[in-house]
Write a protein that binds this ligand. Structure first.
Ligand code: CA
Length: 240
């Protein structure tokens, strides 16, 4: 089955059953972490307090309408892709949605498969990814097939190891804190998992780096972790 891995999605929808169906579908088919807000105020608060890769936003919401949420979110400079769920399909409202900063919209009732396809496309576009394969030295990560190889050898990872590696691979050379990794691996209550990152990192090291001449996973004491090849290191040095 074709699967793509996404990081973190916020669904803002007051119809609880629909919100939960959308969230479950995204979790099951993309294995991303999904948060749900049932009104516009909570939605805006969450959207601005965590780094999301996609917002799925209903228009008719209690407390703060979706369009107002979207305008405020864009006005504050957030570039996260936004997929609107709308019961309306008049041309005027579509134009006003796009003007307000929506990236795409789906008219209700919609098919969950369609929602998934649009969501995946928006997340990929948001990351500026054109090829699903990330290459760092001789490490290859295929984010559609969710397959990892090092020096041409397939590496078998647990789902969490994969998610952690993929998150690091999206920003090669960047030091990512343990907290940020936890936030991306888990839903909102990530604090209770705070000891697991070291376990996943040591698993990844054993599978990816142990037998390779160039070590890609680095620990930055007190700061976090990075995934980088020789080139990253050199280009970073060059900048200093
Ligand atoms: Ca609604």
């Amino acid at each position: 089955m074709l699967q793509s891995y996404e990081m973190r999605v916020l669904v803002v929808e007051d119809e609880k059953r629909l919100a939960e169906n959308v969230a479950r579908s995204l979790r099951e088919n993309t294995s991303c972490a999904v948060d749900v807000a049932f009104d516009g105020e909570e939605g805006l608060f969450l959207a601005e307090s965590s780094p999301y890769d996609l917002l799925v936003l209903d228009l008719m919401l209690p407390k703060l309408p979706g369009l107002d949420l979207l305008r405020a979110f864009r006005k504050h400079g957030h570039k996260t892709p936004v997929l609107i769920l709308t019961a309306r399909d008049e041309k005027d409202s579509v134009v006003s949605l796009l003007n307000a900063g929506a990236d795409d919209y789906l008219a209700k009732p919609f098919d969950l498969g369609e929602l998934l396809a649009r969501s995946k496309a928006l997340i990929r576009r948001g990351k500026g990814e054109h090829s699903p394969v990330i290459v760092i030295e001789d490490l290859e990560l295929d984010s559609v097939a969710r397959r990892v190889s090092r020096a041409g050898e397939l590496v078998v990872l647990t789902p969490m190891e994969y998610r952690l590696l993929e998150y690091l691979a999206h920003r090669p050379g960047a030091v990512v804190s343990k907290t940020e990794l936890l936030e991306h691996l888990y839903d909102y209550n990530w604090e209770k998992f705070s000891n697991v990152i070291e376990v996943y990192i040591s698993g990844l090291r054993r599978k990816i780096d142990e037998e390779a001449p160039v070590k890609l996973i680095r620990t930055h004491r007190g700061l976090g972790y990075s995934l980088q090849g020789k080139e990253n290191k050199e280009s970073r040095r060059g900048l200093k």
